[in-house]
Design a protein around this ligand. Structure first.
Ligand code: C5P
Length: 239
C-alpha cells in the first residue's frame, strides 16, 4: 500500500489517501490538545505512544472478536486502517464518575456507577461537542434509532473487554470515548483510536492518573504516564 495525498488533518492525527480506495493511512501527531483546542502543546514522542497503544488495543480487541477499522501498524507513528465514514457522535462509556459527568452532576470523581453508562455527544468543535439524547440524534437524522441502539451494545461490549485488559495490568478503566464509522457496505465499525488520549486510566493501587488528565490538569509528565501504560501492555517502550 502506498501513501498518497493528505485527506484530512485533525488535532491529533493526519489521514492520507492510499492507492487502495478501501484503506487510509493514519499518522499520529505529537500534538496534545484539551478543552476543545483551548490548551495546546507539542509533546515529542506522544504520537508514537498513542500509535503503539492503539495498535496493541485494537489487535487485542480483535482477538476477542471485536472488529475495528485497524489493519496494521506500518511505523512507530503510522497505521493503516479501513476507510469508513465516521458517524459524527462521540460514544462515551463511564464506569466511574469523572470529568464532565462529575462536574455537571456534582458527583465525586472516582465514585463507582451502578452500571456502565453510555452517553452520546455530537462531534462538533464549534458547538463544543454537546451531549445529545437518543431522540435528538434521531430527529436530527444523525443516526437511526437502530444504529443508536447498536452503538450502545457495541460500546458496552468494548467496555467489558477493555475493562478486563486493563484490570490485568493493574489499571482501572474509569471512562473512555469511542467513535464508529460505516464501511462502504454500510456496516458499523469501531474506528478512531483507543489510547490514553481517549480513556481515563487510573492505577488500581495508587489511583495515579495515567491518561490525558496529566496534561489537562498539569499533573506531571504525560509521556511517562503513557509509557507506563504501553510498558504494562507489553509494548515496545523507549529508555
Ligand atoms: O470530558 P468527559 O468527562 O466527558 O470525558 C469522558 C471520556 O471521554 C474521557 O476518557 C475523555 O478522555 C474522553 N473524551 C475524548 N474526546 C472528547 C471528549 C471526551 O476522548 N472530545
Amino acid at each position: 500500500v502506498e501513501k498518497k495525498e493528505l485527506l484530512y488533518e485533525g488535532k491529533a492525527k493526519r489521514v492520507y489517501r492510499t492507492n487502495d480506495e478501501n484503506i487510509v493511512w493514519i499518522e499520529y501527531k505529537d500534538s496534545a490538545t484539551a478543552f476543545n483546542g483551548e490548551k495546546k502543546a507539542e509533546i515529542a514522542g506522544k504520537g508514537r505512544l498513542n500509535n503503539e497503544i492503539t495498535s496493541l488495543l485494537f489487535s487485542k480487541l480483535k482477538e476477542n472478536d471485536i472488529e475495528s477499522h485497524f489493519l496494521k501498524k506500518v511505523s512507530e507513528t503510522e497505521q493503516l486502517v479501513k476507510r469508513v465514514n465516521i458517524i459524527p457522535l462521540e460514544v462515551i462509556v463511564r464506569n466511574f464518575a469523572a470529568g464532565s459527568f462529575s462536574k455537571r452532576l456534582g458527583v465525586e470523581e472516582g465514585k463507582k456507577l451502578n452500571y456502565p453508562l453510555v452517553e452520546f455527544c455530537l462531534k462538533n468543535d464549534d458547538l463544543g461537542d454537546p451531549l445529545v439524547t437518543d431522540d435528538q440524534i434521531d430527529v436530527l437524522e444523525i443516526a437511526t434509532k437502530d444504529d443508536v441502539s447498536s452503538l450502545k451494545d457495541r460500546a458496552k461490549e468494548v467496555n467489558q473487554v477493555l475493562t478486563g485488559f486493563f484490570q490485568e495490568i493493574g489499571v482501572r478503566l474509569i471512562d473512555f470515548k469511542l467513535e464508529f464509522g460505516k464501511d462502504l457496505e454500510g456496516n458499523i465499525l469501531l474506528a478512531d483510536e483507543v489510547s490514553p488520549d481517549t480513556c481515563r486510566l487510573w492505577d488500581i493501587e495508587t489511583n495515579e492518573k495515567l491518561d490525558k488528565d496529566v496534561f489537562r490538569r498539569d499533573l506531571g509528565d504525560l509521556n511517562n504516564a503513557y509509557e507506563t501504560i504501553l510498558g504494562r501492555l507489553g509494548g515496545p517502550t523507549h529508555v
